[in-house]
Write a protein that binds this ligand. Structure first.
Ligand code: GUN
Ligand code: ZN
Length: 434
């Protein structure tokens, strides 16, 4: 790794706590003229430029950004890499959408050359949008995960991914078996988990596409490899939930299926959770499990409105997910724009500092990585973005009317997208510049 020792001067904003726990004012730190100092890929100091500049060693280069805001890199807690090529597929809800568009698209990832090509595009797109960490679904093919990790390793990204396990209710060309899914996942864990900043997630697609034997094998993988993640879907769509009831009549509900196979825990992330009852929220919270709130996907597939206040009441860890390709944008700024609207429809508009939390520290907590990423704490990985107040003429003009960082932040999440991201840094290295 290149040794980097550099300082960045701009406005700086980061979350330090969940606004639901400490209130919005105590949830963040803001330095109007701030300085972020990076050494060896880590943050070594953050604060007011006036206080820190005199303490800097003479040989540290200071990069000064005008009209810009530094925040932690964004954290996408649910996305599908093999669905990049089918984003924006028309007209279906979840189960028909999977059969019509998703499965044929994922089939192509049996070909490593295809997987390599899409992995490069996918990682570039994450970085263009300021996303420095993502929890990623591969396809059923181990090659897809090798392609993605190879690309992420090259850039020293903190990334979590896994191969899909799926041994029923899917086309033959896209299924593994309980045994091969177990063996292939195990080989990938041994090859990639803990290599650099990479982590592995055991990834059964969702309860309907795994036999009880395969879900048991997933539970075994978690037990045998402490520290690996569990990544799946939960209670996204009403027809899906009915189907799970038919397939697992002996279980009390959807979450109970996963619970029975011992898939809940501090490193378990369940995408969607749009239709959860209080008991399920309670169980998610007491096991330290997390839910990925994926607003653009939930709207696009007509799945429903995620009940964030319910999750907050039970203290469930919640991260933000794009869920590309059901989700319609790689941008977590754009995803927050839609999250705000989802909450407005439920009479509980999302506060801008809660938005910042969801896209950064909340995501890190959902991934059990808040000791490394999600905020600009000293010692954390230097994963951060520089947002451009002048990215578009409209943003520039609108922000000239802003009278507070709170207002600026809200406008950034309303108008922001990939154009807003001037530069993205991973482990202290610039990995994207507009
Ligand atoms: N449930 C099972 N598979 C999928 C998928 O690929 N996308 C979404 N949004 N939900 C799913
Ligand atoms: Zn998904």
């Amino acid at each position: 790794m290149t040794v980097t020792r550099k300082a960045y001067r701009a406005a700086i904003l980061h979350s330090i706590a969940d606004p639901a726990e400490v209130g919005v004012q105590a949830s963040h730190e803001y330095f109007e003229d701030g300085l972020l100092v990076i050494e060896q890929g880590r943050i070594s100091a953050v604060g007011h430029a006036s206080a820190l500049l005199p303490t800097l060693a003479a040989d540290i280069e200071v990069v000064h950004y005008q009209d810009a805001l530094i925040t932690p890199g964004f954290i996408d807690t649910h996305i599908h890499f093999p669905q990049t090529g089918m984003i924006g597929s028309y007209g279906e809800q979840l189960l028909d959408w999977l059969n019509t568009y998703t499965f044929p698209c994922e089939r192509q990832f049996a070909d490593k050359a295809h997987a390599d090509q899409v992995a490069k595009l996918f990682i570039d797109e994450l970085l263009r949008n300021g996303t420095t960490t993502a929890l990623v679904f591969g396809s059923v093919h181990p090659e897809s995960v090798n392609a993605l990790f190879e690309q992420a390793e090259r850039l020293d990204l903190r990334l979590i991914a896994g191969k899909v396990m799926m041994d029923r209710n899917a086309p033959d060309y896209l299924t593994d078996s309980a045994e091969s899914g177990y063996q292939d996942s195990k080989a990938l864990i041994q090859r990639w988990h803990g290599k650099g900043r990479l982590h592995y997630a055991v990834t059964p697609r969702f309860a309907p596409t795994s036999t009880p034997e395969q879900l048991a094998a997933a539970g075994r993988l978690l037990k045998e490899h402490p520290g690996v993640y569990l990544h799946t879907h939960l209670s996204e769509n009403l027809k899906e939930i009915d189907w799970v009831k038919q397939l697992f009549p002996e279980r009390s509900g959807y979450l109970d299926v996963y619970d029975h196979f011992e898939l809940l825990g501090e490193r378990s992330v369940f995408a969607h959770g749009v239709h959860l009852c209080d008991e399920e929220c309670q169980r998610l919270a007491e096991t330290g499990s997390a839910v990925a709130f994926c607003p653009t996907s939930n709207l696009f597939l007509g799945s429903g409105l995620f009940n964030l206040p319910q999750a907050e009441r039970f203290k469930v860890n919640v991260g933000l997910g794009t869920d590309v390709g059901a989700g319609t944008s790689f941008s977590l700024l754009n995803t927050l724009n839609e999250a705000y609207k989802v909450m407005q429809l439920q009479g509980a508009p999302l506060h801008p500092f809660k938005s910042l939390y969801l896209a950064t520290l909340g995501g890190a907590r959902a991934l059990h990585l808040d000791d490394r990423i999600g905020s600009l704490r000293v010692g954390n990985d230097a994963d951060f973005v520089v947002l451009d107040y002048k990215a578009t003429p409209l943003l520039d003009y609108r922000l000239q009317q802003s009278t507070s960082i709170e207002e600026t932040l809200f406008v950034l999440t309303t108008l922001g997208d990939d154009r807003t991201v001037r530069e993205t840094f991973a482990a202290g290295r610039s990995v994207h510049r507009r």
